[in-house]
Design a protein around this ligand. Structure first.
Ligand SMILES: [Zn+2]
Ligand SMILES: [Zn+2]
Length: 311
C-alpha cells in the first residue's frame, strides 16, 4: 500500500476516488491526504513525480520485453534463465508499486489542493455513473478469492444506464485465456453495501446531472457523433505517439492500455475498449481489456486524454 491508502485504510484510485470508506468522515480523509502529501514533500522534495513515473514506465517496458522473450523461448528454461525470470518478476512488481505510489501522492495532492471538489457519499442509482466513471482507470485493490488476480467492477453490456443492483465484481482472470481455450478464472462476487461508500471528486459537469440524464445526453445523435469523432482522434494520437492511455494500466504487465475500436459494434457504448499492448492474436498474448460501456467511462477517458469530458 502507499502514502495515502495506509492512512485512510482504504483503496485509492487515480481519479481520486476512494471506495469502501464507510468508517471515515470526509474531514478525516482530507486530513490524511494533507498528511500524505506533506510526508512525501519532506522525504522526496527533490524528485519530481512525473519524472519518477516516466522512469518506472520505461523500465517496465524493458523488463516485460526481456521477461516475455525468456518465457517464449522454445524448449525448457535453463537454471540461469529461471533465476533471471524470477528477478524480472520481482522487479516488475517493484515498478508497478512505484507507479501506484506516485499515483497516490498525486491524489493526495489533488485532495489537499481542492478539498471542496470532493464528496463522501453512498452510490445510489442516480449517482451510479460516478462509480462507473472510475471503472478501468485503475483497479480497486479487491483481490479474487480464488486466484488472487484483481477484481473489476462489472455490469452487463446490455444495460445502457446501470443501476447499483447491476454491479458485480468480476475477476480480471476472465480476460486470460488458457492454452486449452478456457478462461483462467471466472469468479464473480456481489458488491457489498460498504463498497458503495465512496469519496470522489464530483465537481465536473457530468456528475451534476444524474446517471440516466448523462446516458441520454451522450446518446443523442449529435453528441454521440462528436464523441465518436473525438474517440477516433485519441486512437490516432496514441498510434502516432506510440503511447497508451495514461492512468489505465494492465494489472499484470503494468503498462498503459491502448485505446481500440471494435469492428462490429451495436452502439457507441459497445464500440471502444482499452487493451494491453502485450496483446497478440490467437490467445498468444495478454487478453486484459477494459470495455468502455458507459457514458461516464467515455467521459473520464476523454477528459484525461484531451482535458475535456463529454459535456
Ligand atoms: Zn480469479
Ligand atoms: Zn497485460
Amino acid at each position: 500500500m502507499g502514502w495515502l491508502s495506509d492512512l485512510v485504510g482504504a483503496v485509492v484510485t487515480v481519479t481520486a476516488a476512494v471506495i469502501d470508506v464507510a468508517e471515515k468522515a470526509k474531514i478525516e480523509i482530507v486530513y490524511a491526504a494533507s498528511k500524505a502529501w506533506n510526508n512525501y514533500q519532506e522525504k522526496k522534495s527533490r524528485e519530481r513525480l512525473s519524472r519518477i513515473k516516466e522512469q518506472a514506465r520505461d523500465e517496465l517496458i524493458e523488463v516485460n520485453d526481456e521477461l516475455l522473450s525468456i518465457l517464449h523461448r522454445r524448449g525448457g528454461l535453463s537454471g540461469v534463465e529461471k533465476r533471471r525470470a524470477e528477478l524480472l518478476y520481482e522487479r516488475r512488481d517493484e515498478l508497478k508499486n512505484k507507479i501506484a505510489g506516485v499515483d497516490e501522492v498525486s491524489v493526495a495532492r489533488e485532495i489537499n489542493e481542492s478539498p471542496d471538489a470532493f464528496e463522501k457519499f453512498i452510490v445510489n442509482n442516480d449517482r451510479a455513473h460516478i462509480l462507473q466513471g472510475q471503472v478501468g482507470v485503475s483497479v480497486f485493490g479487491k483481490q479474487c478469492p480464488n486466484c488472487g488476480r484483481d477484481m473489476l467492477i462489472q455490469w452487463r453490456r446490455s444495460v445502457d444506464t446501470a443501476k447499483v443492483s447491476d454491479f458485480f465484481w468480476g475477476c480480471s482472470g476472465w480476460y486470460d485465456t488458457l492454452p486449452n481455450g478456457q478462461r483462467a478464472c471466472s469468479t464473480t462476487m456481489r458488491i457489498s453495501e460498504s463498497d458503495m461508500n465512496i469519496f470522489a471528486r464530483t465537481d465536473t459537469p457530468e456528475y451534476q446531472v444524474n446517471n440516466e440524464e448523462l446516458t441520454e445526453l451522450v446518446m443523442l445523435p449529435g453528441p454521440s457523433s462528436i464523441v465518436t469523432e473525438r474517440m477516433n482522434d485519441v486512437i490516432s494520437d496514441q498510434r502516432a505517439q506510440h503511447r497508451g492511455a495514461e492512468d489505465y494500466r494492465c494489472p499484470t504487465h503494468g503498462e498503459e492500455l491502448v485505446l481500440r475500436k471494435k469492428n462490429q459494434a451495436t452502439s457507441l457504448l459497445d464500440q471502444y475498449f482499452l487493451g494491453c499492448p502485450r496483446w497478440k492474436p490467437n490467445n498468444q498474448g495478454c487478453g486484459y481489456m477494459v470495455k468502455l460501456k458507459s457514458a461516464a467511462q467515455l467521459s473520464t477517458l476523454l477528459k484525461k486524454e484531451t482535458g475535456a469530458g463529454v459535456l
